[in-house]
Design a protein around this ligand. Structure first.
Ligand code: MN
Length: 222
């Protein structure tokens, strides 16, 4: 949604798709208060501060990050990554279904194999970053690690869900036991959200993911 008021667009903090305590005990309300209320919010505020008066101030988030590096990229990509992360989560336990389930069984061997690969990808990611389920340009589903703010759309991959593996995502609830957080994440993946992206996008054109992200991202114009 684009709200145009006085000519320039402000990036705003998207609403959470669930209440603060909806993910307990997997993720506490306290973690959400910091992760969403402080970290995600800070990326939004910083981005607005550094794009004010520049060529980026009238662009959508996806347009901003294309081909960029540095502070503008880092903050804009982190805004997108967090919005996508919140939508990747589901309060109840769910399982892959429909055509996506068949594809997982085909490409990973089984859902259990995929889970094992996911836990491995999450525990071996060095430093801060993200683990993504993506569709490769050749159609295959794979798990991808990215570092810091990096986002897979710049490598022509279509993301279906993402797990935040920065310490701020789990440290309050799990301290250094990252694998326990990853186990919890696995049980709270929003498989319907992933299946919708998978089924609605028949190629890996960046514009599809961009359009989705810009739809999820509420923006307001001043
Ligand atoms: Mn985070």
């Amino acid at each position: 949604i684009l709200y145009k008021i006085k000519g320039y667009i402000m990036i705003i903090l998207t609403k959470l798709p669930f209440t603060e305590d909806a993910l307990e005990p997997f993720i506490s309300a306290e973690t959400i208060q910091y992760h969403y209320g402080k970290h995600h919010t800070a990326y939004v505020n910083k981005l607005n501060e550094i794009i004010a008066g520049t060529e980026y101030e009238n662009m959508s988030l996806c347009a901003i990050i294309k081909g960029l590096q540095g502070a503008v990229f880092n903050n804009a990509a982190q805004v997108i990554n967090h919005t996508f992360y919140w939508h990747s989560l589901y309060a109840s336990t769910s399982l892959p279904n429909g055509g996506l389930l068949e594809k997982i069984n085909n490409d990973f061997g089984s859902v259990d194999n995929m889970k094992e690969e996911f836990i491995k990808a999450g525990t071996t990611l060095f430093g801060s970053g993200w683990v993504w389920l993506v569709r490769e340009p050749n159609g295959q589903l794979t798990l991808k690690q990215t570092s810091n703010a990096d986002i897979p759309m710049n490598s022509n991959l279509l993301p279906l869900w993402v797990c935040d593996v920065w310490e701020h995502a789990y440290y309050i609830d799990y301290k250094n036991a990252r694998a326990n957080y990853l186990e919890g994440f696995w049980n709270h993946i929003n498989w319907d959200f992933a299946r919708d992206i998978y089924e609605k996008n028949h190629d890996n054109n960046h514009d599809h993911y961009c359009q989705l992200m810009d739809e999820l991202q509420d923006t307001v114009t001043n």
